[in-house]
Design a binder for this molecule. Structure first.
Ligand code: AMP
Ligand code: ZN
Length: 507
């Protein structure tokens, strides 16, 4: 039994209507969510990971509100061309040729790299990772069902005629004949926006990935997989479809057109379509074709805990652009440290007053607002921050303002509450934010940059010697030690209010 959804209505911005709408599940008490996943031809950049932090925060919010969540994220290992429309080469085939490896090895390697980032960012495992190549027979059946009424064949394969469905491109606010020039022409296409359902292997060529079909040997078009897998795993219609804002323009309008054709109706497939805005970086380091690009591992190598990046994402609303900077990331790390140290202090206070270590009323992943309210004594609820947190997060995932509740619970205003009540509130909040503030320690957050030449033990020893020298008013020695540390990339932070005595330079 799931507990009843909490009273605060969950309002979400639907890209289809460009309005906030109250979440009303297709199946009472359930939430079924499909997120477009990565194309596994290369490492994800941190912008890609913003899309999954967003989808995870949505999923966590739905769980917190008491809905039984079924989340699907797909893995695209076939069909995605270098252009989201229908031009260019197959991303997977291209990388496999460059690396002289099989596509299957490329797909496995980059899927695992993506999963490592998912784990590092504390993104919960979805109910299903649907792998596109596992669904090719279903894609062929889907295509067969719509071929007569909605498709036409060209030399290159089977194409979808976008004029055969009502209001094509409504999601993008585009028209069928728009996009001329944007899309590299395919000879014989009836409309610029028409797209491939099946791409035939050119005569005389063999592709690493190809399947037999009524339209010849070939591979499915990219858009087909999401229509097929979402319906197979979540039913039709389901609740929420997510993706980055670029998908609002081509990929999702095409999915919707296919869904309309297949269901012989105007139904788009999902009740609510949600899109996260982009993470941007001005010097071009997010381009996967530029040598060192912004991967999560690069952040870790430079000494930034991955959850600082998660916090950086949450500090901006998912519908706003977010500009990446190392300073911004550093500020997020400092904020996370403050939170973690605040939790450590509360745990210490709890131990002092009760002589027992604090343990949360519910384990991580099991909090809901209803359970929390039931567990709290009435007077605590009134002064509790969780109801305010609920208001913020229920307002189209208002994470930036919801985050402030963490600091309010840690701050002097919450002093009257017991340490245990405050910690439980933080644990419940963290089940939505996923920052692991109740299980991470200050030491965990201090990551050694790869480029560092000095060890923590050496730093601590030099600092102890420096402290002794200062106590003895031997400032020459103290300055010398400080200079030596600086030369080794250690910034000595005298008087840091966090008591974070030193930091290793990342570069
Ligand atoms: P891809 O692997 O290219 O299919 O992209 C995976 C996901 O990342 C999709 O949902 C994209 O819309 C999203 N995405 C791509 N670039 C960015 C970015 N710079 N910021 C946020 N999301 C992005
Ligand atoms: Zn998709």
């Amino acid at each position: 039994m799931t507990d009843a959804p909490a009273s605060q209505p969950l309002m979400l911005f639907n890209s289809l209507t460009r309005q906030l709408e109250e979440f009303q599940p297709v199946h009472p008490g359930e939430a079924r969510v499909y997120s477009c996943g990565p194309t596994v031809y290369n490492y994800p950049h941190i912008g890609n990971m913003r899309a999954y932090v967003f989808a995870d925060t949505l999923g966590r919010t739905l769980s917190f509100k008491g809905y039984k969540l079924t989340h699907v994220i797909n893995i695209t290992d076939v069909g995605h061309l270098t252009d989201d429309a229908d031009a260019g080469e197959d991303k997977m085939e291209k990388m496999a040729a460059e690396k002289a490896q099989s596509i299957w090895d490329i797909a496995r390697h980059y899927t695992e790299a993506y999963w490592a980032d998912v784990k590092a960012l504390n993104i919960r495992q979805p109910a299903h990772w649907s792998i596109a190549t596992d669904y090719v027979p279903q894609m062929i059946e889907f295509a067969k069902a719509i071929a007569d009424k909605h498709c036409y064949e060209l030399e290159g394969g089977l194409y979808f005629d976008t004029s055969t469905v009502a209001d094509y491109g409504a999601l993008a606010r585009a028209k069928t004949d728009e996009g001329e020039g944007r899309i590299e022409e395919v000879e014989g296409k009836r409309h610029a926006a028409d797209f491939a359902i099946w791409r035939k292997t050119p005569a005389g060529e063999t592709r690493q990935m190809e399947w037999d079909s009524p339209w010849g040997k070939g591979a499915p078009g990219w858009h087909l997989e999401c229509s097929v897998m979402s319906e197979a795993l979540l039913g039709f219609p389901f609740d929420i479809h997510t993706g980055g804002i670029d998908h609002r323009e081509i990929h999702h309008p095409n999915e919707i057109a296919q869904n309309q054709a297949h269901s012989c109706s105007d139904a788009s497939g999902a009740r609510i379509w949600m899109h996260n805005n982009f993470l941007i970086e001005r010097s071009g380091k997010m381009s996967k074709s530029a040598g060192e690009f912004l991967r999560l591992q690069l952040l870790i190598d430079k000494g930034y805990h991955p959850l600082a990046y998660r916090l950086m994402c949450l500090q901006a609303h998912y519908r706003s652009e977010l500009e990446f900077s190392w300073e911004g990331l550093g500020a997020a790390l400092t904020r996370l440290k403050r939170m973690v140290m605040g939790v450590e202090q509360l745990k210490a206070r709890h131990l002092e007053t009760t002589s027992s270590a604090w343990s949360p009323t519910y384990a991580a992943g099991e909090w809901t607002l209803r359970k929390f309210l039931d567990a709290m004594p009435v007077k605590s609820i009134e002064s509790n921050n969780l109801t305010q947190f609920d208001r913020e997060i229920s307002n189209d995932l208002g994470a930036p303002s919801a985050l402030l509740e963490v600091e309010l619970v840690l701050g002097p205003g919450a002093k009257k509450q017991s340490a245990s009540d405050r910690l439980n509130t933080l644990a419940a909040i963290d089940d939505v934010l996923g920052l692991a503030i109740c299980s991470t320690s200050r030491a965990d957050l201090r990551i050694r940059p790869n480029a560092a030449t000095i060890t923590e033990a050496e730093i601590e020893a030099a600092l102890t010697r420096r402290k002794e020298a200062r106590a003895a008013k031997d400032f020459a020695t103290s300055d010398k030690l400080r200079d030596e540390l600086t030369a080794a990339g250690v910034e000595v932070m005298d008087g840091d209010p966090l008591g974070w005595d030193w930091r290793l330079d990342a570069n």
